[in-house]
Design a protein around this ligand. Structure first.
Ligand SMILES: *Cc1c(COP(=O)(O)O)cnc(C)c1O
Length: 429
């Protein structure tokens, strides 16, 4: 029995009159999986509630931020309290330094940092800084990695760009991306080749250390170490984009998991506890090139916003205080869901490749290993769409694209695991 979505459908029609595609971010429109996107009214813990009175177990976590589940009481209280003291000052507060100190506790490579309002801004600013610091123009990124929607980064960008099956974006002049080199992930020879072809011209290498925006793709053994070595040899900066993996795969992100020291790190999602917030930071000598100390300009009216700081502090304080229990528990819950569904698929002789790192994972409808964007793209996206619709009907909300990671939160219980497995038994037919 399909769920009723009549109110959501009506709201979608009204939204389409005012927003292109009815949405304020493209993948929310469910175009690649089909079906009606439910309009949500509220959420609590691991559960989402829609306008038609349906509820869904959440496996996308607002695309990453909600690691402690929705409406986490200490975050709600902190936001309420901060709002009562004014939503914005545009002047400095102690809360900014407090959150910065917590970030540094988790990321020792971040000697200095700056807050921004989104992951896009964090990555865009880090790239500008790397170019300003090195005096070089070229940047290397990897196919299927998403670093936000700034012009220079919209080359083979994964995420919504991959979901919609478009190579980049209209409206980006060729001149803007001519310094962006997009290479295959997990392939050090491609990186060596690019540096050999352009000695002293490459400012930085930026990557998702574990790709999440082409579905979950972990780095091959030795890959990150290799990138660290090559960038060092050539005087280029290594920027690890931990907008998704930061505070997620470990408290200290992927750089702690794989023991890699980047020059710069970008953060977003969890850092703001669900409010708009991002950050970039790293080596002090590099960060000191930013205005007002240095010549690289970067600014933001709402940067370090008091509500975002309050939500971020409440979230990070809880993660830090409970690190020893939270991360092993997240691993176990995610393993039970990811591997549980994988074994149901095996029983039904459906080929599935399951990639998981900590509490992020993806079921790819393919029988081959998924190690880069090309192998992710070989998945059966039509089959994923059917699976997505059937899971939604069974009350489980997966990210609405084969090329997005699923997330588990601390609010997901053993009962919730069983609920997903039961749904998958139905959805896989
Ligand atoms: C989500 C994401 C971004 C962009 O962050 P926004 O807050 O959506 O602008 C950048 N990099 C990675 C790895 C992300 O997952």
């Amino acid at each position: 029995m399909p769920l009723q979505h009549s109110r959501s459908r009506l709201l979608q029609q009204k939204a389409e009159a005012v927003f292109p595609g009815g949405v304020n971010s493209p993948v929310r429109a469910f175009r690649s999986v089909g079906g009606d996107p439910p309009f949500l009214t509220h959420a609590e813990g691991a559960w989402l509630y829609d306008e038609d009175g349906n509820r869904y177990l959440d496996l996308f976590g607002s695309w990453g931020p909600m690691i402690l589940g929705h409406a986490f009481p200490p975050a709600v209280e902190a936001i309420r309290d901060a709002a009562g003291r004014s939503a914005s000052f545009g002047a400095s507060t102690a809360a900014e330094t407090r959150l910065a100190t917590l970030v540094q506790q988790c990321f020792p490579s971040v000697e200095k940092l700056r807050f921004v309002s989104s992951g896009t801004e964090a990555c865009m600013s880090a790239i500008r800084l790397a170019r300003g610091f090195t005096g070089r123009d070229f940047i290397i990124k990897f196919e299927g990695c998403y670093h936000g929607h700034s012009d220079a980064m919209l080359v083979k960008a994964g995420s919504g760009v991959a979901t919609l099956g478009i190579p980049g974006s209209a409206g980006v002049p060729a001149e803007t991306v001519m310094h962006t080199l997009a290479l295959p992930f997990n392939n050090l020879d491609a990186v060596r080749g690019a540096f050999a072809a352009r000695p002293d011209q490459i400012a930085c290498v930026i990557l998702e250390p574990i790709i999440g925006n082409a579905g979950t793709i972990p780095p091959a053994h030795g890959y990150l170490e290799g990138l660290r070595k090559i960038t060092e040899q050539h005087g280029a900066l290594l920027i690890i984009d931990e907008v998704m993996t930061g505070f997620r795969v470990t408290l200290g992100g992927a750089q702690r998991l794989y023991n890699i020291q980047p020059d710069l790190t970008t953060l977003g999602k969890i850092i703001g506890g669900g409010l708009p917030c991002g950050a970039f930071g790293g080596r002090a000598d590099v960060m000191n090139c930013l205005a007002p100390l240095g010549p690289v300009y970067q600014a933001g009216t709402l940067s370090g916003n008091p509500l975002a700081m309050a939500a971020g502090i409440a979230t990070l304080e809880h993660l830090i205080a409970n690190e020893q229990t939270i991360y092993p528990q997240l691993d176990r819950t995610t393993q039970a869901i990811a591997q549980g569904v994988a074994s149901i698929a095996r029983e039904k002789e459906i080929t599935l490749t399951t990639n998981q790192v900590g509490s992020m994972f993806t079921w790819f409808f393919t029988d081959k290993p998924v190690t880069d964007f090309a192998s992710a793209s070989a998945s059966d996206t039509v089959r994923f769409g059917q699976f997505h619709r059937a899971m939604l009907d069974a009350g489980v909300w997966l990210p609405p694209s084969q090329f997005e990671a699923a997330f588990v939160s601390t609010a997901h219980s053993q009962q919730d695991v069983d609920f997903v497995l039961e749904a998958a038994r139905k959805a896989l037919g």
